[in-house]
Design a protein around this ligand. Structure first.
Ligand code: HSE
Length: 379
């Protein structure tokens, strides 16, 4: 049976979805919602969502507009109209995932968002597949291509942070506002989506302790290397009983760790489950065709009657990082943590284990007096 698609947006990812669908006989993009006319969409372009919502032939709405609104309004209307909803939009799902999952269940349709975490990597697909049989203990990984590209370059070449960021932007990896990448917000959304699929627990964005790589310097990297470490931006989530452990922070990894070896803009995302043990998924976490291909895979999975990712069991959960502790590298001009210093270097210390919540709370306050401070967890 042919899947008839209403596509929202025809930019980088949407255009990729259209191109992939066009090459297949079992998929038709019947209508494309646009803001203004675009070449290649003639005869299918619409400017009012109602034309998709009220078209009984369209069974799947694929969204590639980005942002929370109007994507949320269109998603809600699509689900209420009995249409499956497929998206690459992590901001939408991180902000409204629980509501949309409920709407999907109420209306007997599915919500899928494989492309929202890890671009072209079949991460959420395999996470949900693992989870139907097994109990997941933790999810973690490198979930942002831009920051990995920057960290990799800073470890292998004499380059400044600003120059590498510009290169990542010119290669099209970075978000329109690169703060989403370098301050960790993009990764934060991806760990929320992953934890929701792994544990049925949905964290609020504001509660996930998040520190990015904006302040890392070439001197920090030299210090990491002298200690035998590689630094990556890593997200972690664990089922914490009543709530969730969830955080995003620069992380120092032993040079022989898999994550330490991730090159360029690649992602590596891992779950640890009781039967399966540790399984990792590696690949292109961004880019037009890898991401668009995962949107299309979701549509094909729906045609194969595979279920949606989130069920009505998905519920908001509190984040509690108080009992999660490890040593930290801290570089600051402030007189801090001297009672917890295990090793002292030139302007930096390595601490005894400190709770994640405590370190992030300290950094948030201390940034007012030392806006250039940097810390990284040691795992
Ligand atoms: N800016 C993101 C990244 C794109 O660099 O990974 C994919 O979410």
């Amino acid at each position: 049976m042919k899947q008839v698609i209403g596509l929202l947006g025809c930019g980088t990812v949407g255009g990729g979805v259209d191109a992939i669908a066009m090459a297949r006989e079992d998929l038709t993009v019947k209508k494309i919602l646009l803001l203004y006319p675009q070449p290649g969409t003639e005869g299918r372009d619409v400017y009012d969502f109602a034309e998709i919502e009220n078209d009984p032939e369209i069974t799947v709405v694929a969204e590639a507009m980005g942002g929370v609104e109007p994507a949320f309004t269109y998603a809600s209307r699509a689900l209420k109209a009995g249409k499956h909803f497929v998206t690459a939009n992590k901001a939408l799902i991180a902000a409204k995932g629980a509501e949309l999952a409920k709407l999907a269940v109420e209306n007997g349709v599915s919500l899928r968002c494989t492309a929202a975490v890890g671009g072209g990597i079949p991460w959420l697909t395999n996470l949900t597949r693992c989870r139907r049989l097994d109990t997941i203990r933790s999810v973690r990984g490198i979930m942002n291509g831009t920051t990995n590209f920057i960290m990799n370059a800073m470890h292998t070449q004499e380059v400044s942070f600003d120059d590498v960021l510009k290169k990542a932007q010119s290669l099209g990896y970075a978000e329109a506002n690169p703060s989403a990448d370098i301050d960790g917000w993009d990764t934060q959304r991806k760990i929320i989506l992953s934890a929701g699929a792994a544990f049925d627990k949905f964290a609020a964005e504001a509660e996930v302790d998040t520190f990015g790589i904006r302040n890392v310097t070439a001197m920090d990297v030299k210090a990491f290397q002298s200690l035998g470490y590689v630094c990556k931006l890593v997200a972690v989530a664990k089922d914490g009983g009543d709530g969730l452990v969830a955080y995003v922070e620069p992380t120092l990894l032993g040079a022989s760790e898999l994550e330490a070896a991730v090159p360029s803009n690649f992602n590596l995302i891992t779950y640890d489950a009781e039967y399966f043990g540790v399984q990792s998924f590696y690949g292109q976490g961004a880019g037009r065709f890898p991401t668009a291909a995962n949107v299309v895979q979701d549509i094909l999975d729906l045609a194969d009657c595979k279920p949606g990712f989130y069920t009505d069991k998905l519920a908001p959960a509190k984040v509690c990082n108080d009992k999660e502790a490890h040593p930290y590298y801290v570089r600051t001009t402030l007189d801090a943590w001297s009672d917890k210093a295990a090793t002292k270097g030139d302007g930096w210390i390595i601490t005894e284990p400190i709770a994640v919540s405590e370190m992030h709370a300290w950094a948030k306050k201390a940034m007012k007096d030392d806006p250039a401070l940097f810390f990284a967890g040691i795992q």
